[in-house]
Design a protein around this ligand. Structure first.
Ligand code: ATP
Length: 239
């Protein structure tokens, strides 16, 4: 019997009060797959990420993690089911060092295991090891982004959602961040990448979905989406 997909969205609708944002979303993420979620500003990408991590509750539909419907479950249960959400460099504790910030994300884990996870993060981002005693907030924007990614990895997730992690980063920092994601992909980590930067996301992803006004308008392999004439229309408007 084959394993259920790591993540499935079936007929998901979501919004904020009267504002209906997502309409009948269906998507599947399998183990080891890197899936990009693209779309213009306001298309609903961030809302989709919050639906998966449990901070926005869908008004209809199913969010199925490893075969279990998680709709209505609190975010910590979704984290416990193996989903980590890495958002725009936030959630760094200013009074804690880089290393303490990382360890906080693996609370309750035996010390030896914590150390192994730390080593993995430090192998990925040498700068975090160099700065491990410094306060989290003394880091540059790009370094804080690496710390946010490191924190997501410290929970040993089965799937990581990266929400606009390249936002506001200098190109050289984006290169570092995307090199790290390429290494994680090579290690077989399953990732859902919500991204404004279409070229970078499509270069990394296996498959992509393009949202337009809260609906998936274009889906396929990264290569087929990249070369689809509709991609431009979805970003720059049809004329
Ligand atoms: P961006 O790239 O600009 O963040 P996005 O594709 O991630 O866009 P969302 O952030 O999901 O889009 O927003 C989709 C719609 O939902 C927008 O119209 C936005 O104004 C609205 N919205 C987002 N968050 C809230 C909220 N907390 N309350 C009310 N409306 C919201």
């Amino acid at each position: 019997k084959s394993e259920p997909p790591l993540l499935e969205l079936k007929g998901v609708y979501a919004g904020y009060g009267q504002a209906k944002v997502l309409h009948d979303l269906n998507l599947t993420v399998r183990k080891g797959e890197v899936v990009a979620i693209l779309g213009a500003n306001g298309a609903g990408k961030t809302t989709l990420a919050h639906v998966v991590s449990g901070s926005v509750r869908p008004t209809a539909g199913h969010v199925i993690v490893g075969g279990r419907d998680m709709v209505g479950r609190p975010p910590h249960e979704i984290t416990a089911a193996g989903i980590a959400h890495c958002m725009e460099g936030r959630r760094i504790f200013p009074s804690l060092s880089v290393e303490e910030n990382l360890i906080m994300a693996a609370r309750g884990v035996p010390v030896r295991e914590q150390q192994q996870r730390l080593d993995r993060v430090y192998t990925l981002f040498g700068v975090l090891k160099d700065r491990r005693q410094s306060p989290g907030t003394s880091m540059s924007g790009g370094q804080q982004q690496m710390l946010a990614i490191g924190r997501a990895l410290m929970s040993a997730p089965r799937l990581v959602i990266f929400d606009e992690i390249s936002l506001g980063l200098a190109p050289i920092m984006m290169d570092h961040v995307y090199e790290a994601l390429a290494r994680l992909k090579a290690e077989g980590l399953t990732m859902l990448i919500v991204e404004q930067d279409v070229d970078r996301a499509l270069a990394l992803a296996h498959t992509a979905h393009v949202l337009d006004k809260g609906r998936i308008d274009l889906s396929g392999t990264a290569e087929s989406v990249r070369t689809d004439a509709r991609l431009k229309h979805l970003y720059f408007g049809t004329t």
